[in-house]
Design a protein around this ligand. Structure first.
Ligand code: FE2
Length: 121
């Protein structure tokens, strides 16, 4: 495998290897709608059980961003934790539109997914 995978942020769409993309691109679960100023949960999970969780190959961390701004990070110890996490987020106003998650695999680099926030009136 080329080391180029470490020199970019990969996405499921940009991956030339579909199973590789499915195993690494973080899945983001958001409420259908959120209200400005109220807490909501953002669940992020990687691999859907298909990504290895071994000391030599595992997901090291997941980072959450809102409109590209860092908001939270979870780190995972190999073998003993699964790369699944739930963050509690508050967006103070409706200006925010996008939630993104970045995951890092120690063998396959950075992977990003994005989801759109929908606000109730
Ligand atoms: Fe991997």
């Amino acid at each position: 495998m080329s080391s180029e995978i470490f020199w970019r942020i990969n996405t499921e769409k940009s991956s030339e290897d579909k199973p590789m993309g499915e195993k690494h691109a973080p899945a983001i679960a958001l409420p259908a709608q959120v209200k400005a100023g109220d807490k909501f949960k953002v669940r992020v999970f990687v691999g859907g059980g298909k990504h290895p969780n071994l000391s030599e190959h595992h997901i090291q961390w997941v980072e959450l961003r809102v409109d590209g701004l860092y908001v939270a990070r979870a780190e995972f110890a190999a073998v003993i934790t699964e790369p699944e996490v739930e963050f509690t987020v508050v967006c103070p106003h409706r200006k925010f539109t996008e939630v993104s998650a970045l995951a890092r695999c120690n063998l396959h680099g950075l992977w990003e997914s994005k989801a759109t926030l929908s606000f109730v009136e």
